[in-house]
Design a protein around this ligand. Structure first.
Ligand code: FAD
Length: 319
């Protein structure tokens, strides 16, 4: 039988945004409940080396950083519960959340359920995850200094990642399945300027069919060109493959409850604070679930902090 737990504030997600929100909420004596979800620690647990967490000058693995954040959460009066929320009722106050294990009733909620990068769906992708395959050039580009890499995609992220990488690596192959880019014109113009110095090579109408490598990581990819009508395949020697075909925000259970835009939760961005309030007062959101642009641990933590401060004000006004 499911137990019902009551709280002033419930935080959904155990990634950087959820943990930071929990630390701030517990230090404000709100005794938050943090629900971990199935991916305990969030996306960072999938990466071996974090080099851009300020103050952490010796490289740390994503898993270790998240373990430390969880210890930090537990240092204060926060309760961390391993459960996954499957449905919510935000139309009545207090809010009700149904988990796989328990029911929850809360005066306020911070949604920090993050997003998941899209992958190609190749079996070899799993083998080389963290060993040459990346979904974040800003996070991992530095590890490929002076080497050859490929970026897959044709939207803003793919072009931005290509431009970013071209300042670090030896050569970037941009592989796009379409014949034109869907990215903003200004980005495409910047790309065209960079092509002239041969640092960037573009392949249109192409799909990556296979990824090859050894114990040290990726060595080459097999690419299939589908246009003109004859199919051709060729190999490219690379050390890193950056997949930039989008992210899927974890918002399915909120879609009929609060306002979203392209699947991401909309926040109000009011002039005088309350940046993280959603379309429903008392429901706040933070981290990658509201952000299709920056998608970094530090930006997620920052908005987790803001969400906790906004929730604290909301709860103070409820009394
Ligand atoms: P997430 O980390 O995605 O956490 C979401 C949490 O929500 C999870 O705990 C999940 O279990 C939970 N959840 C989801 N649905 C539910 C539900 N229904 N009920 C309850 N809980 C739920 N950023 C950097 O700054 N530096 C790096 O070096 C870096 N490297 C990266 C490497 C990789 C491979 C990837 C994928 C990302 C990397 N990032 C890096 C980006 C960084 O991981 C994300 O920006 C950050 O984790 C987002 O934090 P978040 O808390 O918003 O969400």
């Amino acid at each position: 039988m499911k137990i019902t737990k009551n709280s002033k504030i419930i935080i959904l997600g155990s990634g950087p945004a959820g943990c930071t929100a929990a630390i701030y909420a517990s230090r404000a004596n709100l005794n938050p409940i943090l629900i971990t979800g199935t991916n305990i620690g969030g996306q960072l647990t999938n990466t071996d080396q974090i080099e851009n967490w300020p103050g952490e000058i010796n490289d740390i693995t994503g898993l270790d950083l998240m373990k430390r954040m969880h210890k930090h959460v537990c240092k204060f009066d926060a309760t961390m519960i391993s459960d996954n929320i499957i449905s919510v009722d935000f139309q009545n106050h207090p809010f009700r959340l149904t988990g796989e294990k328990n029911e929850y009733i809360s005066d306020s909620v911070i949604i920090a359920t993050g997003s998941n990068p899209r992958y190609l769906g190749l079996k070899s992708e799993k083998i080389f995850k963290g060993k040459g395959i990346s979904t974040c050039a800003i996070c991992d580009g530095f590890f490929y200094r002076n080497r050859n890499v490929a970026v897959i995609g044709g939207g803003n992220t793919a072009i931005e990642e290509t431009l970013y990488l071209s300042n670090i690596v030896n050569k970037v192959y941009l592989i796009h399945r379409g014949s034109t880019f869907s990215a903003e014109k200004i980005l495409v113009q910047r790309l065209k300027k960079k092509i002239q110095n041969k640092k960037i090579i573009i392949y249109f109408n192409c799909n990556v069919k296979e990824i090859f490598g050894d114990s040290s990581g990726i060595t080459e990819i097999l690419v299939m060109q589908t246009n003109p009508k004859i199919l051709t395949t060729f190999k490219i020697k690379i050390s890193g493959l950056f997949i930039a075909i989008g992210h899927v925000p974890n918002t399915d259970i909120f879609l009929n409850q609060i306002e979203t835009q392209n699947g991401y939760i909309k926040t109000m961005h009011k002039e005088h604070g309350n940046f993280t309030q959603t379309s429903i007062p008392g429901i706040f959101a933070a981290g990658d679930v509201i952000d299709h642009v920056y998608k970094q641990a530090i930006t997620s933590s920052a908005s987790g902090c803001m969400a906790a401060l906004d929730a604290e004000k909301y709860l103070a006004n409820l009394l």
